[in-house]
Design a protein around this ligand. Structure first.
Ligand SMILES: NC(=O)c1ccc[n+]([C@@H]2O[C@H](COP(=O)([O-])OP(=O)(O)OC[C@H]3O[C@@H](n4cnc5c(N)ncnc54)[C@H](O)[C@@H]3O)[C@@H](O)[C@H]2O)c1
Length: 308
């Protein structure tokens, strides 16, 4: 199949593009390289360097003859979305509509959209939630992702487009680069290598730090392979297990076989206390479940980090 992977130079999208190439598909990557790297592109994929919100991207989709668009391109920072909601919406809402509209007019069959299970649900009740849990987005980034899901519903109803929404948990693994506010596994590994201590953000209620559903990128890639031919609608993609930050730090040290120091700091504004996803629907609809436990995923990530 001929597939357009937007954001295919980034951490997750590049590994999806690689898996698609390895499965024998013809892949074009649409990426402006704002955070991605051309080096991440798999051999055999062509790079169209442009902004998803620009008319040139619509032109690429209109002329490209794609059967499927896999949409990973996004402004990915929650704090950046708070600081500049307009710019966030330009990429994450208008850019999406640009590709959807051009694709539907060109006879696109299927659209795989990457949303965020960590963001769209908002605060969770302390147990994994399934897709029926009401979305209560708390940041412009989360509002944008939820809006994208609703636009997909519209294009599915109006054009008969097949749509799959993948709501990712917290993804980690090779190629993730530490951002100031996200990518905690990448940040912890960098600190460990540099011999610097890490900060665990915690509250009196959560003395070991916030709990997150850490999901290995290789498992996320398999969900994107399944979504090429299976599924319709919304799927949580995670492990269903919530790990607190201190346990994550201990697991990173175990995977690395070395010790580091840590201190504690107060929770940052906007940090949700608990996030984990019930993924039974992905098992039923995509035939997918996470296969890597945290130890295996961290070991693979550490091997990549030290071999870089
Ligand atoms: N990493 C996670 O834990 C996580 C969790 C939930 C959802 N997601 C989603 O997964 C997707 C990929 O995230 P990632 O972690 O790989 O981040 P990333 O920053 O590595 O990837 C994003 C890619 O999109 C490109 N891009 C950004 N804005 C663009 C634009 N306007 N036009 C063209 N290209 C643009 C960037 O250059 C980059 O290559 C995003 O949609 C993100 O919201 C990630």
């Amino acid at each position: 199949m001929k597939i357009l992977v937007s954001g295919g130079a980034g951490f997750i999208g590049s590994q999806v593009a690689q898996a698609y190439v390895e499965a024998g598909h013809q892949v074009v990557v649409l990426d402006d390289l704002s955070s991605g790297k051309a080096d991440n592109l798999p051999a055999g994929a062509r790079l169209a360097r442009m902004d998803i919100a620009d008319p040139a991207a619509a032109e690429l989709v209109a002329q490209g003859g794609f059967e499927i668009i896999n949409h990973h391109a996004a402004q990915v920072s929650v704090p950046a979305s708070v600081a500049d909601p307009l710019s966030d919406a330009r990429s994450n809402v208008l850019g999406l509509i640009n590709l959807l509209q051009a694709g539907c007019q060109a006879g696109l069959k299927r659209f795989i959209f990457v949303s965020s299970g960590g963001a769209v649900y908002g605060e969770l009740p302390g147990q994994p939630v399934d897709e029926s849990f009401p979305a209560r987005p708390l940041s412009p980034y989360a509002v944008g992702k939820r809006s994208g899901e609703l636009y997909l519903d519209y294009f599915a109803a109006h054009y008969g487009l097949q749509t799959v929404v993948l709501r990712y948990a917290n993804v980690y693994g090779p190629r993730q680069v530490p951002h100031a506010e996200a990518g905690v596994v990448a940040i912890f590994m960098d600190r460990l290598l540099a011999g610097e201590p890490v900060t665990i953000f915690r509250s009196p209620d959560m003395p070991r730090g916030m709990k997150r559903d850490y999901t290995f990128v290789g498992d996320v890639v398999r969900a994107n392979l399944a979504a090429l031919t299976r599924g319709q609608g919304v799927y949580n993609i995670g492990t269903g297990l919530a790990t607190d930050t201190l346990s994550l730090w201990e697991a990173v040290q175990a995977a690395a076989g070395r010790r580091g120091g840590h201190s504690f700091g107060p929770v940052r504004p906007g940090d949700i206390a608990y996030s984990a996803l019930d993924c039974a629907q992905a098992a039923a609809g995509l035939g997918w479940r996470a296969e890597h436990d945290l130890a295996a995923g961290l070991a693979a990530t550490w091997a990549w980090r030290v071999g870089r």
